[in-house]
Write a protein that binds this ligand. Sequence first.
Ligand code: BGC
Length: 552
Amino acid sequence: MENATTKNYIPFPELEFAESEKSSNSKTARGRPGMASEAAARLLLLLSAHQLFFSCASAVDRSQFPSSNFLFGTSTSAYQIEGGYLEGNKGTSNWDVYTHKQGTIRGGSNGDTAADHYHRYMEDIELMHSLGVNSYRFSIAWTRILPRGRFGDVNPDGVAFYNAIIDALWQKGIQPFVTIFHYDIPHELDERYGGWLSPEIQKDFGYFAEVCFKMFGDRVKFWTTINEPNLLTKFSYMDGWYPPCRCSKPFGNCAFGNSSIEPYIVAHNMILSHANAVSIYRNNYQGKQGGQIGITVSARWYEPFRNTTVDLLAVQRAISFNAPWFLDPIILGDYPPEMRQMLGANLPNFTSKEKRKLQATKLDFIGLNHYTTVYLKDCIFSPCAVDPIDGDARVVSLAERDGVLIGEPTGTPYFYDVPHGMEKVVMHYKQRYNNTPTYITENGYAQASNHSMAANDFINDAGRIHYIRGYLTFLASAIRKGADIRGYFVWSLLDDFEWTSGYTQRYGLYHVDFKTQKRTPKLSAGWYRKFLKGSLLTRKSRNGSQPQHYTA
Ligand code: BGC
């Protein structure tokens, strides 16, 4: 491994956020070209709108969250930032193979170098330290630790790489929050037995998890087993977008696969793999290491398109087919009744032995990744096209109602800035799972990007500040209503490789120039730092009373 460098680190720009928002590229602040007087009037309007915006800027502050033990961090995943795909005796993953096939990734890109975190992790940890976060969520590349899964040896170089990260984090007082699996599986396991489609994977996942507990568990106190199994399963085995790209009509037109059956087999194997890892941790490591273990799911929120019984039922179905597909069996012991009703024999059953295992491996916390809310329309009683994201729930999601968008668009086409969704999603899962401790393991905002754009086009990211501030405001409100929220992680620390979108969506608090690997803080990095320092006080909280609800 090469020495990590700090040469590209740039300190925060000492800009006022007020200034940033004047030059915002936010749609709400953008005007039509017009005459000079019109331009002046517009400027005035913009300034007063800006004043309003800035006063809203102080609607949430650090004091609205628990003062001790609350984790505030940033989130990343191995394949999306590390690069070094052939270095340190790493094995080949499914994503290494997939991205090297022609026509799979927008712009023909891949994660071979990504944000070069493999060589620059020290610089990146320094960035986090300067933000003032007390935790960092990252994933471990399975192929760095076990290049051939359980069919080969543990790779000392891979272990040394994550040891170095974990140690450097602790030196800066940053708590590691580790995802064991974030989409990248050893290619050999796909080749040998079909990866997640085979129950064999339960042994491999348990083995990998155990190596992680053994090697890193003395210093890692937060583990999540799998990132967003509810999305991965659909994207890989229902829609055929992610490797191994298996699907069938009407969801997609793949060479292999069966969209009606395989996603549910894969999900079943993932749930049991998770249970296997939890059981190994509980029985052999938790006692002496004293950490906690959970799972992270994607948690969208849904508003009924119309206030009709069918659309309200559609919302219930969509919720069940979303996070509860995984969380209900893990926490409550079986799949949601709506899924059983819709899928019949296509939904596997848990044997009584498996049910006992699930019962014995209750998780310590839930991780929720929340980005957006959509309107939802019934597709049982009304004809509509199949929705690739909500799968067999027979619903369709829409961004617009009566000509009005649900929220400001973001750089990810199907994500909108709908801050109140954060409170609703948290309150739903609070009630459904008896207020299980919860971490918001991802929440963030993308800027659309193309290769002719430069750092300057991205650093004035008022849209991201608006988004994060809004979502935090509603998260604070959920906490006031009793939700046991223990932490919040921004996705992402850095611009990264966004799966099939390649480098066309930038989620980072830090801009990454992928040619030079230079990191440049965006205004949102400065905002987050100020927020964490507690220097964004609301007018009301300055007076000592309850902070106002966010209204913009
Ligand atoms: C995934 C990340 C991804 C992010 C933004 C989440 O669904 O966990 O890997 O980068 O969304 O698209």
